[in-house]
Design a protein around this ligand. Structure first.
Ligand SMILES: [Fe+2]
Length: 192
């Protein structure tokens, strides 16, 4: 079964240009294409395991990168659908305040994670095993992704997310724009 790229109804954003979003959606579609390609090639190569074992192993190693690139972006783009909305009262807000003391204190910490050097993602997850929020940095699309946790908030910090709009030395302006356009209702609904 092939993966199909999703479409997203993204309104005009403040501080993140349509060019950026359109180019970024193209990159997302590339990840979906490559997830399918790897899976097709692995299946084809399995007809001759003896000669292709090394090639298959390398493609399997690559699948985590492409799959993460596909799924991370699906969480990212969906967060802009419907336009900016404030964090509603409810379980997510309560958990953030319980764990970090205030939404502002959490945001300060999350922004610090987002400014990690390199390309990757700032991620806020819910751990269903312990019913708590956990956040971390994910290198590239997959390295450091936390197993069996549900993605709640995904912030793409690859330069392709903002380099048309801001110099890479000023990624804080992109983070500001991300939060200005974020539909927190979409984010909060993921905890349910
Ligand atoms: Fe991206």
């Amino acid at each position: 079964m092939k993966y199909e790229p999703l479409s997203f109804a993204i309104p005009e954003l403040n501080g993140i240009s349509k060019d950026t979003i359109d180019g970024h959606l193209g990159l997302y579609q590339g990840y979906v294409k490559h997830v399918n390609l790897i899976r097709e090639k692995v299946a084809a190569y399995e007809n001759d395991m003896e000669n292709n074992a090394y090639a298959i192993a390398e493609m399997q190693r690559r699948l985590g990168f492409e799959f993460g690139g596909m799924r991370n972006h699906e969480y990212y783009f969906a967060q802009f659908e419907g336009g900016a909305r404030e964090l509603p009262d409810g379980p997510l807000k309560e958990k953030i305040i319980f764990q970090w003391g205030s939404v502002d204190a959490w945001a300060t910490r999350f922004r610090t994670i987002a400014k990690t050097r390199g390309v990757g993602w700032a991620m806020l997850y819910h751990d269903p095993h312990t019913d708590q929020l956990v956040q971390t940095w994910v290198d590239e699309q997959h390295i450091g992704q936390l197993a069996d946790l549900d993605i709640i908030l995904a912030l793409d910090m690859w330069e392709h997310s903002y380099m048309r709009d801001y110099p890479s030395s000023n990624k804080g302006m992109y983070i500001d724009a991300f939060f200005q356009n974020l539909n927190w209702e979409v984010v909060a609904s993921r905890l349910a």
